[in-house]
Design a protein around this ligand. Structure first.
Ligand SMILES: [Zn+2]
Length: 318
């Protein structure tokens, strides 16, 4: 922290209100009341090393580098879905494990892999650098950070929508930290992290039925889209977390806990696209670390839970 952080002016709250409204329309009023009750303010502070999205007192502070990082990882998640989604469906239909040989016979696999790797390559130095170099290379197939969907193609629009829900999820996590900062008692650091995740998850999912009724959209689809945004938010958190911290610490739960909790709250059929999306994110994490990995022939929640366990074994206390 430096003293300039205290001087950073507050972001117009309407910007945050709009973000929350787009992700969770039925909670707009509730959100504003909460923001006012806890006097929560949002501040854009100077770029620095590592990831900076944090709660300090009643302030939520973030830097431009971290928001750009979040955006790029959001689009990386979508590319992971494009890359692995088809193989997971194929594996389920044919009853085979999705492994390197299955992936290798797909003529589009190399290009889709390159698309994802280009985005991951663009963020590789983000943990270490102070800020983003003005001439830093930008992945060709990812739009620059923007506040609406103007000019985006259909896939980019989908990636945008989910990235906004992921952003709301990550900010709502910090909102719960602010609430703890204002309350007299707080749990242990690890329990607080999980509680902040739970708060953000519930905020986004719990009243989806109200929006479904008001908008005429099927509850299953409203819920699935929001849950996918939360899964993407967890994927971003994984990307934000340094390798050595993924096994957990006195301050943070194991990353596998944060990736896996969502699934017990999702009651969608095993063949629903949500599971394919969430599994694609997890497969992407696994395959980036081990290109030879074999993905078990499971579907739905069972597949996602198995993949989280694979990640847990990989990032485990020795
Ligand atoms: Zn936290």
């Amino acid at each position: 922290m430096n003293h300039d952080d205290d001087a950073a002016e507050a972001v117009d709250p309407k910007v945050i209100d709009l973000l929350i409204q787009s992700a969770v329309p039925e909670k707009s009023d509730h959100w504003r009341e909460l923001r006012e009750q806890y006097r929560i303010t949002f501040h854009l502070i100077a770029d620095r090393k590592g990831v900076t999205i944090r709660a300090r007192g009643n302030r939520i502070e973030f830097d431009n580098k971290s928001l750009t990082w979040l955006w790029l990882l959001g689009f990386a998640g979508w590319k992971a879905f494009c890359l692995h989604g088809p193989h997971l469906v194929w594996g389920a239909m044919t009853g085979t494990n999705s492994d390197r040989s299955l992936r290798a016979v797909d003529p589009t696999y190399a290009e889709a892999t390159a698309d994802l790797e280009t985005v991951l390559y663009a963020v590789r130095e983000f943990p270490l650098v102070q800020g983003i170099e003005p001439d830093a290379e930008w992945p060709e197939k990812v739009p620059k950070v923007q506040s609406d969907k103007t000019g985006l193609d259909i896939q980019q629009q989908a990636a945008f929508d989910l990235t906004m829900i992921a952003t709301a999820y990550i900010l709502l996590h910090e909102v719960r930290h602010v609430m703890f900062n204002c309350e007299k008692v707080r749990p242990s650091a690890v329990a607080e992290e999980l509680e902040c995740d739970a708060f953000a998850r519930k905020f986004i999912l719990d009243n989806a039925i109200e929006y479904s009724v008001a908008s005429g959209q099927k509850i299953e689809e409203v819920f699935a889209k929001r849950a996918a945004g939360i899964a993407l938010g967890s994927y971003v958190v994984f990307g934000f977390t340094e390798e050595h911290a993924r096994e957990g610490s006195a301050y943070y739960p194991p990353i596998a806990d944060r990736l896996g909790t969502l699934f017990s709250y999702v009651d969608l059929p095993a063949d629903h696209w949500f599971w394919n999306f969430a599994a694609s994110l997890l497969v992407s994490i696994i395959v980036v670390e081990n290109t030879a990995a074999s993905i078990p022939c499971l579907v739905g929640r069972d597949l996602c839970v198995a993949l989280v366990e694979t990640i847990r074994q990989r990032h485990k206390f020795d």
